[in-house]
Design a protein around this ligand. Structure first.
Ligand code: HEM
Length: 432
């Protein structure tokens, strides 16, 4: 058996630095220890991280029944026991089967016009010279997309109420809440103050909003295309429908998984474009050539626009890595791991493999026009049995929002500040 590879040993430090600077820290770890690398023990079990093509191939080849969700208990505390984030094995496969159809690539066409309209609506009043923070704009558009397409709430008053609730929920996803995931002792009410109490309160408020909405839709199952309505119609293998608790937990999960990720990626795209005027010009030339009022499908098929989105996701994947837990001994990346071991697919290592992406630090969308990459080379949406179910939706939304905005407006970067922790960015833009 090969000796276990070297790696950091202090779990607390790895967690803290990983939260504060997920991309930079993870890349520095590879420089120091190489790939694969071992990770500090969790619950007395070793962990192995890899981002090489061979390593990722072996991670994603593990059969789903041999894998448990990493940090399932933590996710369960946030989203509930039936959340897709929490489930493993047969229950996970069954829930994915129910959740996947609404996100099928073909279905996205139904949502194209709505997404473009939302992007237009929230940028209609931009004036030349006006300054704005890209992150705020993208958060608003992505939140509205979720309200309309996932929740299907369109009546203005209801939509405004839901927006307030979701905004509040988003704000409660703070650094403090992330720390409660690492230190379970902090998951306490503390007299109604603190991140945990806030999360519990807004979750309850969202539940109070949704319960009557679910009852209304069950009573009047009109033909609707939003994802909530499709979930209400979905049937489990035994023919039963999902109950309100299960539906709520999936919606909560979708909101968490789909909102900040897409908004963050769109903000990074503007930031990269702001630093690369030639790329911005080429992209705007492509968009102009589509004519005055292109169909959403024309935007979705524009090759350079897609390359810009992909290059952004390569350099700033919202999740720099994804974890799994083995429930049976397995050989991964040449090492024999026991049951209970953690396995990490380091997305950011793969995206910075100089043999696959020469000058990997450089934002150069052309690389995505010059060749195609395998799912072990470019994997912003993870891989295997837990690959992001919203991947097609997210990429579609990114292309339509970016395409709609940049067809009408040009901009220059006023400043690019790192706002908050982690890999967030808040480019300030001036419309031109
Ligand atoms: C740019 C945007 C997005 C990125 C980069 C992204 C990335 C990811 C990644 C890396 C994972 C973990 C995959 C793994 O463990 O192998 C994931 C899981 C997931 N994502 Fe996304 N995501 C995005 C947007 C969305 C959207 C819009 C939705 C839905 C509205 C969504 C729903 C989910 C769900 C439900 C999971 C859990 C899947 C499971 O555990 O089976 N994501 N995403």
């Amino acid at each position: 058996m090969a000796t276990f590879p070297k790696g950091p040993t202090n779990n607390f430090l790895v967690n803290v630095q990983g939260i504060m600077d997920p991309i930079g820290y993870t890349l520095r770890l590879r420089e120091r220890y190489g790939d694969p690398m071992s990770l500090p023990k969790m619950d007395g079990k070793p962990g192995l991280a890899t981002g090489s093509v061979e390593g990722l191939r072996s991670v994603f080849a593990v059969p789903p029944e041999a894998l448990d969700q990493m940090l399932a208990k933590n996710f369960s505390a946030l989203f509930g026991e039936s959340s897709l984030f929490v489930l493993s094995g047969a229950r996970h496969t069954a829930m994915r089967k129910l959740l996947m159809p609404p996100f099928h690539g073909q279905r996205m066409r139904l949502y194209g016009k709505q997404i473009c309209d939302l992007a237009l609506q929230h940028s209609r009043d931009f004036k030349p010279g006006q300054q704005l923070v890209a992150q705020d704009l993208m958060h608003t558009i992505s939140l509205q997309t979720i309200i309309h397409i996932v929740f299907g709430v369109t009546a203005p008053e209801e939509a405004a109420r839901l927006e307030k609730l979701l905004e509040s929920l988003r704000k409660s996803l703070s650094l403090g809440l992330t720390v409660t995931l690492v230190i379970p002792w902090l998951r306490r009410e503390f007299g109604g103050f603190g991140p945990w109490a806030h999360w519990q309160r807004v979750t309850q408020d969202l539940r109070s909003f949704l319960d009557p909405e679910l009852a209304r839709r069950r009573a009047d199952p009109a033909e609707r295309t939003d994802i909530l309505s499709l979930l209400l119609k979905a049937r489990q293998e035994d023919g039963t429908e999902l109950n309100d608790q299960q539906i709520f937990e999936q919606l909560h999960t979708l909101l968490f998984a789909g909102h900040s990720t897409t908004a963050g990626a769109l903000s990074w795209a503007l930031s990269f474009l702001g630093h690369a005027p030639a790329v911005l010009r080429r992209l705007q030339d492509e968009l102009t050539a589509l004519g005055a009022d292109p169909e959403p499908e024309a935007l979705a098929k524009a090759p350079y626009l897609e390359a810009v989105c992909n290059e952004t996701l390569r350099l700033r994947p919202p999740s720099p890595g994804v974890g799994r837990k083995l429930n049976t001994p397995m050989r991964i990346a040449g090492y024999d791991l026991p049951a209970g071991a953690g396995v990490f697919a380091q997305i950011i290592w793969a995206h910075h493999d100089p043999a696959v992406f020469p000058e990997s630090e450089v934002f150069r969308p052309e690389r995505f026009l010059e060749r195609t990459y395998s799912p072990f080379e470019f994997l912003p949406f993870g891989g295997g049995n837990r690959r992001c179910i919203g991947a097609a939706f997210a990429l579609y939304e990114m292309k339509l929002v970016l395409g709609t905005l940049l067809r009408r407006y040009s901009f220059e970067l006023v400043s690019r500040s790192q706002c908050g922790w982690g890999c967030r960015v808040c480019p300030a833009l001036r419309c031109a």
